[in-house]
Design a protein around this ligand. Structure first.
Ligand code: ZN
Length: 132
């Protein structure tokens, strides 16, 4: 079952400059940053009530976020949906012919289990399924 929108993710070139903008210009609550080695990104989170904004900066040229920034200059990258059972959700979506980029959960920020759907399946929107 999909419980809620967990976060909105935005790809950025310069994470420290963007942290200042989101914290000091928008005035959002900064929750901290971490490197997610498996996804080759550094992430920073901000809270707006119970939805988070996740800023993504690539850790190197081999990061998928590097390719995204090169192609599009950064910007809105994905929407994350919190689910109660990620394996069951992946199975259910695949049965309904949704293409998955990850058919098995991976480890994301805060040690959550995550899996991405293919943007082709949802009009170009990249969805992350996330189980805390
Ligand atoms: Zn995310």
């Amino acid at each position: 079952m999909i419980k809620k929108i967990d976060h909105i993710a935005i790809a950025v070139k310069d994470l420290s400059a963007e942290i200042s903008r989101y914290r000091d210009v928008l005035g959002l609550e900064y929750l901290g940053s971490e490197v997610v080695a498996e996804q080759k990104v550094t992430v920073a989170f901000f809270r707006i009530n119970d939805v988070l904004i996740e800023l993504l900066e690539p850790t190197g040229a081999d990061s998928p976020i590097s390719a995204f920034i090169e192609k599009k200059g950064g910007g809105l990258h994905h929407l994350a949906l919190e689910v109660d059972d990620i394996k069951a959700t992946i199975k259910r979506l695949q049965e309904k012919n949704v293409q998955m980029l990850n058919s098995e959960p991976k480890i994301g920020a805060h040690n959550a289990q995550i899996a991405f759907t293919h943007p082709k399946s949802f009009s170009g929107v990249l969805y992350e399924l996330k189980q805390k």
